[in-house]
Design a protein. Structure first.
Lengths: 293, 411
């Protein structure tokens, strides 16, 4: 019984991290109708920003989150206006090709500039734990979970309580109508992609504090973001959180129930199940972000 | 239209001149053939494996230079020198096979050194076996190389299945003796084959294998496995996989306060990334190693591992690792075999290799009936104060092992 509870706790904590990784991806897909295959590598970029500050100035990795968010926001904003904008109205296939190409470009640029060495930015309290009875809860993971909730709340407040946020939501729902009421579409798209990238940056800072990373790990993170988004659903700010939690619990629970070898089968089996039973995702709104064309 | 006089004059002069010419040409060749042991090598000088091929080549070059500059060696009473003929196999198995065929049929060389990878050696050794030429496998050690009933292939590097031989012996033999083991293995070819062999070693040392879990590459989380390991109070945790998984395992072991007597790795902690990412958390982890310059090996021709490393560094500017060392050792073994056989005839050299029993700067070398070097032992490195030191076996170690590993709470 104890081990089931411990597994559940681990699953929830893992889910918090997955939620962070998935948030930006869900935003891009929901608003811009762009499936950003380069999302994972932007997470890695955020990790490198954190690593640079950690190594160079000795800053605690969690405190670098605002910086990595700002850097990635600028990067995403510029990328969208310059490159992604070209394929926003194009068939979905083009978004996949473009973002795939971007992913390869960024990964190889990183390999060239930063080498394939594994880096990490563990904070001093990396292994501190809280003991709840017989259960051990690592402080860092709990903090990361809290950060995930905080980011979700901030995003929600921004989207629903500010004009800019409302504009973004409106654009996502009906671009032409938004244009009619005076929303600057180009700027809105750039802003959304910037925000999504900022979230990727935040996830990167968290990754850097928890794991060792290197440029080639970008792909797997994109895959996780994809899983989180499809499971959680598009159209709701809480979608990634729920998706992340379900995925995290599925992985740790699957490992306990079937053995570690089957974890990926469980994750992707979950994906297939969701697509069959509730294709818009757990919290997804029907017709909200069907990929057009 | 020669006049009959000129023609006959020409004929009478021509023949001896031509004969003299042939003799003059032949003389140096005959003299050279007397004093040179020709060895062929198809090495990966370009392509994916260029880096490793370079290390292997340096190993060969070092030995040839070392021996030749000291006057060579005696074979059947006359002084001989090594002559190594290289071809670049471009990191490709088919190319390697073609080049080895060229070495044997065109260049007439029947003593061949292998290339770096097991995959390439698998292909090129098929050629040497066909022509009954001797091939010495240097840095190629997949077990499949030795399962073909080949008579002419000898591998100096311990087969992959021996990877955990000493790493598991250590916790099993030191007090308090380890009784249970858990294997966490990446689901890929090399980790699985080393792990399956590792299970046999564990059982041989009296340990019960309570867990054998395969994980997919790039996993983000070992928490479930580690929680189970903690609840079962496992003595030895064995990991086989890539270095970033090894780093993750150590981190999560600390997070979840999992305290086995020993955390052992098949590979990973030897890379600087491990200590850079973990700092002091890397301490006390153990990992298998083929050879380091600090091992207390002594032998003939090259007196010790340390001496080898010093001379190598002087020549090439970097401290050698096992790639170069095993390559030099392979040539050393070949030399001994040629000397014992008294000839470079591949059949006799092969017979000599089958009975050879050497102590060298690389360790013990003796081949079993499948051509595997079963004499030498793997070594075990432990990370102490973020430094890598050889701790086992005791005869060749440079420091004492810290066992059992102190609990995380007490570090």
């Amino acid at each position: 019984m104890e081990i089931i509870a411990a597994t559940a706790i681990n699953g929830i904590l893992l889910g918090g991290l997955y939620a962070c990784v998935g948030m930006g991806f869900a935003l891009t897909w929901g608003i811009l109708n762009v499936v950003n295959l380069a999302h994972g590598v932007m997470v890695i970029l955020g990790a490198y920003v954190t690593f640079a500050l950690y190594k160079g100035l000795g800053v605690d990795p969690l405190l670098t989150i605002p910086v990595s968010m700002a850097v990635l926001f600028a990067f995403g904003y510029g990328l969208q206006r310059g490159v992604i904008n070209l394929i926003v109205r194009a068939p979905v296939f083009m978004t996949l090709i473009l973002t795939f190409g971007l992913e390869m470009l960024i990964i190889n640029a990183l390999l060239f500039g930063a080498s394939a060495d594994f880096r990490a930015a563990p904070p001093s309290y990396a292994a501190a734990v809280i003991r709840l009875g017989p259960f051990i809860v690592p402080v860092l993971r709990l903090t990361i979970f809290a950060v995930a909730l905080l980011l979700t709340t901030l995003l929600f407040l921004f989207m629903y309580r500010t004009r800019r946020g409302n504009a973004i939501l409106a654009t996502g729902q009906d671009k032409e109508a938004a244009e009619l009421v005076g929303v600057d579409i180009a700027r809105t798209y750039a802003m959304s992609f910037g925000i999504a990238s900022a979230f990727a940056g935040a996830a990167g800072s968290l990754i850097a504090s928890l794991y060792a990373f290197s440029p080639v790990l970008g792909g797997p993170y994109t895959l996780k973001a994809f899983l989180v988004t499809v499971v959680g659903g598009l159209g709701s700010m809480a979608g990634p959180i729920v998706g992340g939690l379900v995925l995290g619990l599925a992985e740790t629970g699957g490992s306990l129930a079937f053995g570690e070898t089957w974890v990926e089968v469980v994750s992707y089996g979950l994906l297939v199940l969701i697509l069959i039973v509730r294709p818009e995702g757990i919290l997804g709104k029907k017709y909200f972000a069907e990929v057009r064309n | 239209m020669f006049s009959s006089i000129r023609y006959s004059a020409l004929r009478s002069v021509a023949a001896p001149v031509v004969a003299l010419f042939v003799v003059m040409l032949g003389l140096p060749a005959m003299a050279a053939a007397d004093n040179v042991v020709k060895v062929g090598a198809a090495v990966s000088l370009t392509g994916k494996l260029a880096k490793e091929g370079q290390l292997v080549r340096h190993g060969y070059d070092f030995y040839v230079d070392y021996v030749n500059s000291r006057g060579g060696f005696d074979v059947a009473g006359t002084r001989h020198k090594f002559e190594l003929k290289y071809y670049d196999d471009e990191s490709d198995a088919k190319t390697s096979a073609k080049l080895v065929e060229k070495l044997i049929s065109t260049d007439g060389i029947k003593l061949i050194m292998s290339s770096y990878s097991s995959g390439i050696a698998l292909a090129s050794s098929a050629i040497t076996e066909k022509y009954r030429a001797v091939m010495l496998g240097t840095a190629a050690n997949a077990d499949s190389l030795f399962e073909r009933d080949y008579k002419y292939f000898f591998g100096v590097l311990k087969p992959a299945s021996y990877n955990l031989q000493e790493t598991l012996a250590m916790p099993a033999m030191l007090e308090p003796k380890a009784k249970t083991a858990a294997f966490i293995v990446e689901n890929a070819l090399w980790p699985l084959s080393a792990a399956e062999a590792g299970v046999e070693w564990a059982k041989k040392y009296g340990m019960q294998v309570v867990m054998f879990e395969k994980y997919a590459k790039g996993t983000q989380d070992f928490s479930t496995l580690l929680t189970q390991i903690k609840s079962k109070n496992v003595d030895v945790v064995v990991h086989l996989g890539y270095v970033n998984d090894a780093i993750l395992l150590m981190k999560q072991a600390k997070e979840l306060r999992v305290n086995p007597k020993n955390i052992a790795f098949g590979v990973g902690p030897t890379l600087p990334d491990f200590t850079q990412a973990l700092g002091n958390d890397a301490n006390f982890a153990t990992v298998s190693t083929f050879w380091t310059p600090t091992m207390k090996y002594t032998g003939d021709i090259i007196p010790s591992a340390a001496e080898y490393a010093t001379l190598f560094e002087k020549k090439f500017g970097y401290v050698p690792d096992f790639h170069a060392a095993v390559s030099s050792a392979a040539l050393l073994v070949l030399q001994k075999a040629v000397q014992a056989a008294g000839t470079t005839d591949s059949e006799k050299v092969r017979a000599a290799l089958q009975t050879i029993n050497l102590k060298t700067f690389y360790g013990d070398i003796k081949f079993d009936e499948k051509g595997r070097n079963t004499a030498g032992k793997m070594g075990v490195i432990q990370i102490q104060n973020q430094k890598r030191v050889v701790v086992w076996p005791a005869e060749i170690g440079e420091a004492k092992p810290v066992y059992p590993t102190p609990a995380w709470e007490k570090r």
